[in-house]
Design a protein around this ligand. Structure first.
Ligand SMILES: [Zn+2]
Length: 204
């Protein structure tokens, strides 16, 4: 049972419960017990989240589940990821995930242009344009662009998620090891490096 919790009798209702009023569960603070109970008999507490939203959560859920917030924490994480990707790639996460390639340029494929009778592919990442070659066939240019998207966008999303997962349980590590992406152009094409180092090996 909860540390410092006390059994409190409620004479008019003739039931008792563990008093957790004022106790914090991550972002949630239990305010007062409602008269409601779950099917299993757990008292439902009226709680306030740090974001200001109030909600009812059962004692069992507060004590034994990994509930952290009213749901705002997940929303913040998602927003943070979107913001990071917008900064990193100039492209929103939704855009990356939807894999829609429509645009109003000459080819109809994002990042593929007709230049002097050939198809040019390029990609913009961290506000820099990388040219991916020129091709006679449209399909080849589209494929080159697709490979670059996989390398820069999708891979970066995966790496960032891994970093974020560790950062969420180890803030000190995260502060010492900020997530960084750098792109180098080599003879073979683009090469992406991620910091911290720990993720580089996994990536190869
Ligand atoms: Zn909240």
């Amino acid at each position: 049972m909860t540390e410092g919790g006390q059994n409190v009798s409620c004479p008019d209702k003739n039931y008792h419960y563990i008093n957790i009023s004022g106790k914090r569960f991550k972002r949630l603070v239990a305010l007062y017990p409602t008269k409601e109970r779950t099917a299993r008999g757990s008292v439902i507490w009226h709680c306030r989240c740090d974001c200001g939203k109030e909600l009812d959560v059962s004692y069992n859920e507060l004590m034994y589940s990994n509930i952290c917030s009213c749901g705002c924490q997940k929303k913040e994480h998602d927003a943070e990821l979107r913001q990071f990707l917008t900064r990193a790639s100039g492209t929103s996460l939704d855009m990356l995930k939807s894999k829609k390639n429509f645009s109003s340029n000459t080819s109809g494929a994002r990042g593929v242009y007709r230049v002097k009778g050939r198809w040019m592919a390029k990609i913009v990442f961290q506000q820099k344009a990388y040219y991916l070659g020129s091709y006679i066939e449209l399909d080849d240019a589209v494929a080159a662009r697709r490979r670059a998207e996989e390398l820069l966008f999708e891979n970066t999303v995966r790496q960032y998620e891994k970093w974020k997962a560790r950062a969420s349980v180890d803030a000190e590590w995260a502060e010492k090891n900020p997530f960084e992406v750098s792109v180098a152009k080599t003879a073979d094409g683009l090469e992406v490096r991620y910091l911290p180092d720990a993720y580089e090996n996994e990536n190869q």
